[in-house]
Design a binder for this molecule. Structure first.
Ligand code: F6P
Length: 319
């Protein structure tokens, strides 16, 4: 292989730039040309492709977002879209592709691999919802952003003696809510995988209030439902003054933490190494601090599981 490509796809995640940098630099280290595909699969279809040099990725390791831009692309879900993408790759002489993104992005990478075009996936999403890796790029940074926000909300919650419902991202996955809730001592954590009933949440709040607790924090993953309607129901059921904060896309931005930069650098370099070693249709990941790679089909057909011990612990500590 003499020429490879790299793209970022789906929701951006802090650390994607560090991963792009690692891919580009590791490829150049191996004397391979690297092409950056702009705007995800949409840019691939459109032929929005640029050669990258060592300097193209200078000064980006600390920046959030993705210098390659990202997109969600429905056209690439079709055979036609994928064929157009392969035609562009061939036109540029690109022989293998590294895709940084989440589950949806991996479907695209798998489809290309099935059509005979070698792809490797790197898990990049704040949700930490990918099987076959303990952590995805961006999760740690988003988690720290959430914690910083909740700490601030806690100050005002204490001053006004209010209950706060904080809605965090995570369409199908509760890791952000679970880790943030545990790290912030939330009274209740509601996640798609496992949640207390509404009655249990209300009883917990009432018990705390009777014991003299003046404020409470509830962390709710967006996949469970709207924070606003949940907050309204809580206020009605408890008679405690309740406010709601939806953290939204602030969770996706910001300078990546050291943890995410190191993870992204390791995974980016490993993706190049396994692609050059002839592996195809694989996702690189990290398990017990060791680099691993798994078949993309396996990754997509398995669910990422939350750590049930952590969930149990969060309840034990917020009695
Ligand atoms: O997949 C990452 C994620 O941030 C999810 O947590 C969230 O549900 C979704 O993306 C939001 O996507 P968009 O920015 O396209 O609205």
């Amino acid at each position: 292989m003499k020429k490879i490509g790299v793209l970022t796809s789906g929701g951006d995640a802090p650390g994607m730039n560090a991963a792009i940098r690692a891919v580009v630099r590791k490829a150049i280290y191996h004397e391979i040309d690297v092409y950056g595909i702009m705007n995800g699969y949409q840019g691939l279809i459109n032929g929005n492709i640029e050669k990258m040099e060592i300097g193209s990725v200078g000064d980006i390791i600390h920046r959030g977002g993705t210098v390659l831009r990202s997109a969600r692309c429905d056209e690439f879900k079709t055979d036609e879209g994928q064929e157009k993408g392969i035609a562009q790759l061939k036109k540029f002489g690109i022989e293998g592709l590294i895709v940084i993104g989440g589950d949806g992005s991996f479907h695209g990478a798998q489809s290309l691999t099935d059509k005979g075009y070698p792809c490797i996936g790197i898990p990049g999403t704040i949700d930490n919802d990918i099987a076959g890796t303990d952590f995805t790029i961006g999760f740690d940074t988003a988690l720290n952003t959430i914690i910083e926000a909740i700490d601030k909300i806690r100050d005002t919650a204490t001053s006004h003696e209010r209950t706060y419902v904080i809605e965090v991202m995570g369409r199908n996955a509760g890791d952000l809510a679970l880790w943030a809730g545990l790290a912030d001592g939330a009274e209740s954590i509601l996640i798609p995988e496992k949640s207390d009933s509404f009655e249990e949440v209300v009883n917990r709040l009432k018990r705390g209030h009777e014991r003299g607790k003046k404020h409470s924090i509830i962390v709710l993953a967006e996949g469970v439902g709207s924070g606003f309607s949940f907050g309204e129901r809580i206020e009605k059921a408890t008679n405690l003054e309740t406010r709601v904060t939806v953290l939204g896309h602030i969770q996706r931005g910001g300078s990546p933490t050291a943890q995410d930069r190191v993870l992204a650098s390791r995974l980016g370099a490993q993706a190049v190494d396994i692609l050059l070693a002839g592996k195809v249709g694989r996702m690189v990941g990290i398990e017990n601090n060791k680099l691993v790679d798994h078949d993309l089909y396996d990754v997509m057909s398995h669910e990422h599981h939350i750590n049930s011990d952590m969930y149990k612990l969060s309840k034990e500590l917020s009695i």
